[in-house]
Design a protein around this ligand. Structure first.
Ligand code: HGY
Ligand code: MN
Ligand code: MN
Length: 422
């Protein structure tokens, strides 16, 4: 199977049948004027608009579409014989972080549509079924657990715990699912859906700089850094900002500030560690109010899961001392932990044969592929992001790199869909 070369010459406006053209159609959905970029929480109106966009494109291509009881969308291209087993599945997510970029998630979905178009234009007759999948809540931005959709699908999270997760409005996953048309009683592991997946390939925007430095448009994933999220709740004495003398305060905001610095210092002291506090919420949050409590969220990552655990333990010990010094207390709650995972090495090496110029690279970003690789042979493709920045409006992919990614995905899918052809 040869994949046609890109159309020559500069693009004035991206043609509709390109990755850039497809993404241009959703460029206003969930745009966030306050944060910049996009805020597309799972099961929000923005994410449902994106789902509708994908469903329309799937229908236009005659794919057999189902949205299952967990909110996962499966768009099927069956074999001429109508097989559904041993499917080749590709796809990604449509939800975003607050103020996220245009490509994290949607690039994989749009590239899957264009890759399908390329395969059909080349006359491919699949000997295995192909499904394009869209998984809910990959970012965990609404309910706090990364890759919640694929964890529920695979049984990698207790479904009662999942149902009880709450968003910042206090609405539970079960309540929001119900309002979104998914009966919470039917949320849970879906072994039949999982058993249909023979191979999973996720294409994703690179969220780092490897492809910039290697001057390549496409890379192949090798592993995902283990990562977790912990909530630290610092409790002090709420009081009046004007009547409370500085000597009479137990201000959790001061303790929280010290804890954030201690997190940075602890991470710097342990090579390979990444630790971030991107979210900090004083309660009650008044300008003229000394907070009674401050919640802050730690995102910590390291290739060695034992080191991540040790870093978190060190942070907690430091936090307790800092809090005590301010007459405060601190509690740590684990919210989401994903261990370091590697992709299927045989599949990875096979992709390297198909894409010999593509660097093999690990990633510090989590993905649904990181959950699925624990259950089915899984690989990832990355597409160059010339800014090297992600989870930010600055995330970017050049039109031509996006097309190169879709062609690379088409090449990989063709090889998997018609194994004998290569
Ligand atoms: O947080 C992550 O690593 C991913 O973008 N969800
Ligand atoms: Mn992503
Ligand atoms: Mn992300």
């Amino acid at each position: 199977m040869t994949v046609p070369a890109p159309a020559a010459g500069p693009r004035t406006a991206a043609p509709a049948d390109t990755v850039a053209g497809l993404l241009a159609e959703i460029s206003r959905v969930g745009a966030d004027p306050h944060r910049g970029g996009y805020s597309r929480p799972v099961f929000s109106s923005a994410e449902f608009d994106l789902r509708a966009w994908f469903l329309a494109h799937a229908a236009k291509r005659g794919l057999d579409v189902e949205t299952d009881r967990n909110g996962v969308i499966w768009a099927w291209w069956y074999t001429p014989a109508g097989d559904t087993a041993n499917a080749v599945v590709t796809g990604s997510h449509l939800d975003s972080v607050p103020g996220g970029g245009a490509f994290d998630g949607p690039l994989g979905v749009a590239s899957a549509l264009v890759a399908l178009d390329i395969l059909r234009a080349g006359g491919l007759r699949p000997e295995r079924p192909l499904a394009i999948a869209v998984f809910p809540e990959e970012e965990g931005s609404r309910f706090g657990v990364a890759c919640l959709g694929t964890r529920v699908l695979t049984g990698a999270i207790d479904v009662d715990l999942a149902r009880g997760l709450r968003d910042q409005n206090g609405d539970s996953f079960a309540e929001v699912a119900a309002k979104s048309g998914f009966d919470p009683a039917f949320l849970g592991p879906d072994p039949e859906a999982l058993a249909r997946i023979g191979t999973f390939i996720e294409l994703h925007v690179e969220q780092g700089r490897v492809l910039i430095d290697r001057h390549q448009p496409v890379g192949i994933g090798s592993s995902i850094l283990g990562h977790g999220r912990w909530r630290l709740s610092v409790t002090g004495q709420g009081n009046h900002a004007g009547t409370t003398l500085m000597t009479d305060r137990h201000d959790p905001m001061i303790a929280a500030a010290g804890i954030v610095m201690a997190i940075r210092d602890t991470a710097r002291a342990q090579p390979g560690t990444r630790a971030t506090v991107g979210r900090l919420e004083p309660v009650p949050g008044g300008t003229n109010v000394i907070a009674s409590r401050v919640d802050l969220w730690l995102d910590a990552r390291h290739p060695d899961d034992a080191v991540t655990a040790a870093v978190v333990a060190t942070i907690l010990a430091e936090a307790r001392l800092i809090a005590a010094n301010e007459g405060c207390t601190v509690q740590l709650t684990e919210e989401s932990v994903s261990r370091t995972v590697s992709f299927d090495s045989a599949l990875r090496d096979h992709l390297s044969l198909l894409l010999p110029d593509a660097p093999v690279q690990d990633t510090g970003a989590g993905h649904d592929a990181g959950i699925l690789t624990q259950f089915v042979p899984t690989a990832m493709l990355f597409v160059r992001n010339p800014t090297g920045v992600s989870h930010s409006p600055e995330e970017y992919v050049e039109d031509d790199d996006a097309e190169a990614g879709a062609r690379a995905l088409a090449l990989v899918l063709a090889d998997l869909l018609v194994p004998a052809s290569t």
